[in-house]
Unconditional design. Sequence first.
Length: 754
Amino acid sequence: MDNLTLKLRGMSCAACANNVEQAILSVSGVIDCNVNFGAEQASINYDSKRTNLEKIQAAIEAAGYSSFSLSAAQGEDDTETASRLAEQRELILKLKTGSVISIFLFFGSLPMMTGLKLPFIPSFLHHPWLQLVLTTPVEFWCGWSFFRNGWKSLKHHTATMDTLIALGTGTAYLYSLVVTLFPGLLISQGLEPHVYYEVAAMVVTLILLGRFLESRARGQTSQAIRKLMGLQAKTARVIRNDVEMDISIAEVRINDVIVVRPGEKIPVDGEVIEGASTVDEAMVTGESLPRKKQPGDEVIGATINKTGSFKFRATRVGKDTFLAQIVKLVQEAQGSKAPIQRLADQVTGWFVPAVIAIAITTFVIWFNIMGNLTLATMTTVGVLIIACPCALGLATPTSVMVGTGIGAENGILIKGAESLELAHKIQIIVLDKTGTLTQGKPTVTDFVTVHGTANSNELALLQLAATVERNSEHPLAEAVVQYAKSQEVSLATVNNFLAIAGSGVQGVVNDHLVQIGTQRWLTEIGINPDSLQQYQSGWESAGKTVIFMAVDGALQGIMAISDALKPSSAQTVKALQNLGLEVVMLTGDNQQTADAIALQVGINQVFAQVRPDQKAAIIQSLQSQIPNSKSQIVAMVGDGINDAPALAQADVGIAIGTGTDVAIAASDITLISGDLQGIVTAIQLSRATINNIQQNLFFAFIYNIIGIPIAAGILYPIFGWLLNPIIAGAAMAFSSVSVVTNALRLRNFQPGVK
């Protein structure tokens, strides 16, 4: 299955988004599709053997819309940017034209609206033929897109907000035209031959104003993407054929040697091969302190070199760089749909046809009851104009776009809207110990052999142990290897290496079978650890991890390894508990060591001596631990390969960004910097975003529920009051703006660990 993200053009409301989605889903080979009206993009999963980009784009074009492929590495191309700017310039010109003409029409209609003769208004402005001349360019030039898009929808047997606007303003215009041409028709019915050209012109102008403000506001919702794209360097100084040259970043190739001087941006990802410096990685990791870099260390594109000059070899370029991957993840998250949006989608599916039906019913009722064509026409126009499916369509995606963008700015990558929504429901959060609560950089603190502390015995056993451990990816293995190097022990060659998950490792070194692991494992394979157990309890009480070493089936030594807690661990646990969450620790360490660590950070529930294959089962048991009730929402935080099944099993998987790619791939949320406080920020952000979405949906629903009946004249029999279609147009125009503006309040979100 392949995936594709397309930027869409021509959508004016949520009904348009539904039309595009249905058009894409009708293409054979498309598996699923999410069209996000707020982000103006489609996220598509498809079978590349059955369909392709051209077929999908053809279906979108056939539905009356346009699209282009979105590149995480380059963003919009110059043509699309120019096209967008041209559209904005045309919109502003039409808005200015409509505003000037609408002012004249408004003053010309004041006597009719107020019922008073106003001497300060020139009489020629009242003339219907002048108003016809002034209104026509506003209706059919400024508002031409409404008629064009409405006609496209009609051809495809659908209806959108443009359909409502075209019908509403077109009805007001045609009614006024008939009165202008045949005034006697109304006089014969005992009615005043009033025209409503100002309604058509001012509604078009107000809606154009609303779209302009909405477009500007929506542009701010994707500010995070533009900020991320702006981080990228434009050029790179590479060495080719022993010559330094400046080239475009698009021309950099893998294995190019690149020179970076103090104060410059690092152009692409790579590995330092010469020189040393400190690098500010705050813009992509959120880590405030610069990091030292020396030969062998990785550097990230878009970060800033601070002090020294160095050379590095490019390892990832273009769309494969760390920054490009972040941009891609944020784009996909902003284009995804939250489950809470489903109700709004269901409503918008029948919204426009329902409004048209209400408008027709309104006309029939008022014309039959009152026999007043003007009253029936104006209430019908009001219903068509005030209804706003846009507010419903924008309620969720705009908040999601802002929320995921803020997450990225705070070093939190949220893979999709569903993860963002689900995070606010978390009840239990499970924390892995090594690399999550602790630094993940354990060191050997104690080492004892059965033959005493004779240096030759220790070094010989250390050589065997480190040689075997060198083949393991576990952090404890790295501690043993680093300790051996600090003792200047040279490593040999290992054969028949075998890692037993959650237990230990073994291999053959210099014809000796070396086995290193937990007490439980050595006991299981028939090796008695009793002779060294007097050291074990004291070390474990201090929170150290103890491993046993055996050679040729006989116990030879014991080692204590300590992994310091991260400075933020205890504070983060406290903050999570203050949020009302139950915090659980999960580790493969023995119970005594696990309890000691848990005590230091304030965790009460601990699962110790857990093998990797058991972690997912424990998550599953926590999800269903309350009988006869809905399952609990459980989050898992981890960083290693052995955490991947548990991260996938959890309702929300949170990966430490400093961990393995496998763990990050299995997670829903990634903390780029590895700072545990990001967990608290992610949950707070989720709660703030969902609260914002609920506010938006409430406003969108209540606006339409109240506005449409008022426009239909429900208050007329009681108070004798009708809603002026101009006010209806203004209300519709600003309803969408208010939803987007409310979503933008999320940009004031301030994370805090309490």
